[in-house]
Design a protein around this ligand. Sequence first.
Ligand code: Z5A
Length: 235
Amino acid sequence: MFLTIFSIHTIHGDKVINKEDEMGKFITLEGIEGVGKTSNLRFIKELLEGVGHDCVVTREPGGTNLGEALRALLLSHSDDHMSADAELLMMFAARAEHLSKVIRPALENKQTVLCDRFTEATYAYQGGGRLLDVDKISELEQWVQGDLRPDLTVILDAPVEIGRARAGRRSEPDRIEKEHDDFFQRVREAYIELANHYPHRICLIDASLELAAVQKQIREKLIEYDILDQEAVRE
Ligand code: Z5A
């Protein structure tokens, strides 16, 4: 059985404070390329702002000056043969900076953080795709994040060919997008496995459907996971 820490508790003297009550919500979007993360992040932002959330939208790798510089290195073709370990460590270096400069301050300020990819992407791409040892990822996760995990991770799931066809309508593929279909198949499977292991904080959405149907599922999940109040939203 997998043990995750959903509620974050801190002991102040002999008083236990549930930090969930003090902090904003942390929501992340995941999936293989082209499944619609960017499109649906915009949708979630509008939905939550409509009911009074103060949203901070950000992305990984990136979100800070250092993170964006690391992103440029990670996705550029200047080092097509970057080692998988270097790739993993750079993802977490960017994440450490992002947590310290953007994510934690916003959550402590009771803002809602909407992040395009986070650590589940590392499990899926570096663990599933690159076949790196998941224990190494888990150690780095604990080191960099402590007990902090997203309140909700929405994984947009669609067959690799659908994601690639949607993404392919755009620009030149980056270093990771140049990988073969079997790499992305492993990434997709790792995402599905994560959703199965952590159903209390990760949900899977059928993103192969048309956008309106995807957004209907997302709205339902936001209600199911107590991010949105059913009464507060109208379709
Ligand atoms: N990465 C990693 O390896 N490890 C990590 O720890 C982290 C990241 C954090 C970052 O890329 C890369 O870094 C990523 C993983 C790796 N590499 N890959 N692959 P990114 O996240 O910035 O970019 P991306 O994954 O390539 O995302 P994307 O291509 O921008 O796709 P998207 O945001 O999911 O899709 P979109 O732009 O919203 O939609 C794509 C098109 O489809 C667009 O024209 C939409 O209008 C259309 N669309 C969207 N939904 C639909 C539906 N439902 N029907 C029809 N058409 C649709």
